[in-house]
Design a protein around this ligand. Structure first.
Ligand code: CP
Ligand code: NVA
Length: 309
């Protein structure tokens, strides 16, 4: 049984296999309707249980479509509707119950350790649908999107992140090691990646490049990634943090420093870290990026269910 919790714990060759499978599946279903299953319905009659402790639009809908297109179904739970937490049923018992009824569990949570606790008691795979420290399904899908648009392995590209050191960046850093691409990060000093993350990169004999200057970070980039300055789990003075990021706002002038055909990606939802003319401009591929979540998550589900081709 394979879980999908953090990119750093998944072998590179498995991550590559997921991307290759997603590419083939996306191509093969060009003529199918939204809910028509892929040929052979590889997850026929399987049920994915999803639970969201935080709001979600894309992850929720894209996982629904992913399991449906593989021939299975999904049930979406909110924690305040369960005995877990409310009536005091333990994670251990809840996990056993989920394993009795379902075939896989996708969790978006406020606590990384909750994923580990569930994993301990589940007899079915668990997928991290965003936690404070990581957003692995998003970032693997983003690697797919970059390669789809650029028609090159990501290892041949210069990737730049402008923004906070948050869960999405942590997964992007893990991906930079797993897929061997150059990652430069532009952020204020106070919001740079922490020691643990940097130590993990060094332990893996790789480097990331951190600049406290937007132009330096963006120089020669093939891709600019960004995300909200204030994440769902952020308990900060929001007004102050936004002010601290003023110099890192993404405006169209950024493309004076990047490569000519540099693209802009953003996991969404957006805040005011990017100006409208970039977000909706010709370099932006954010809607294709959101759609690709479906395709890549299908292959992640197949990986977890032991059915990846
Ligand atoms: N990008 C992303 O995970 O979006 P949602 O929060 O809408 O799921
Ligand atoms: N960093 C953001 C990502 C949302 C998809 C958050 O955690 O809120």
């Amino acid at each position: 049984m394979k879980h999908f919790i953090n990119l750093k714990d998944i072998p590179s060759k498995d991550l590559r296999k997921i991307i290759v499978d997603a590419k083939q599946r996306k191509k093969q279903r060009k003529k199918l309707n939204t809910l028509e299953p892929d040929k052979g319905s590889p997850l026929k009659d399987k049920m994915l249980i999803q639970m969201f402790e935080k709001v979600s639009s894309r992850t929720r809908i894209s996982f629904y479509l992913a399991i449906k297109q593989l021939g299975g179904g999904t049930l979406t739970l909110r924690p305040n509707e369960l005995h877990l937490g409310q009536g005091g049923e333990t994670i251990a018992d809840t996990a056993k119950l989920l394993s009795t009824y379902g075939d896989g569990f996708m969790l978006r949570t406020n606590e990384d350790k909750k994923i580990e606790s569930f994993k301990k008691y589940l007899n079915i795979p668990i997928i991290n649908g965003l936690s404070p420290s990581s957003h692995p399904t998003q970032v693997l899908s983003d690697i797919f999107t970059v390669e789809e648009i650029k028609k090159k392995p990501i290892s041949k590209l210069k990737i730049c992140w402008i923004g906070d050191s948050n869960n999405v960046l942590d997964s992007l850093i893990a991906a930079s090691v797993k897929f061997s691409f150059r990652l430069s990060i532009g952020c204020p000093k106070k919001f740079a990646p922490g020691k643990d993350v940097k130590d993990w990169v060094s332990k893996n004999k790789k480097k990331i490049f951190i600049y406290h200057d937007l132009k330096k970070a963006a120089t020669d980039a093939d891709v600019i990634f960004s995300d909200k300055v204030i994440s769902l789990n952020d308990k900060v003075n929001k007004k102050r943090k936004k002010q601290q990021f003023q110099k890192f706002k993404i405006k169209k002038e950024i493309f004076n420093y990047t490569k000519k055909n540099c693209i802009f990606l953003h996991c969404l939802p957006r805040g005011d870290e990017v100006e409208e003319d970039v977000f909706s401009g010709k370099n932006s591929h954010v809607w294709q990026q959101a759609l690709n979540r479906v395709h890549v998550q299908k292959s992640i589900l197949l990986y977890c269910f032991g059915k990846l081709r």
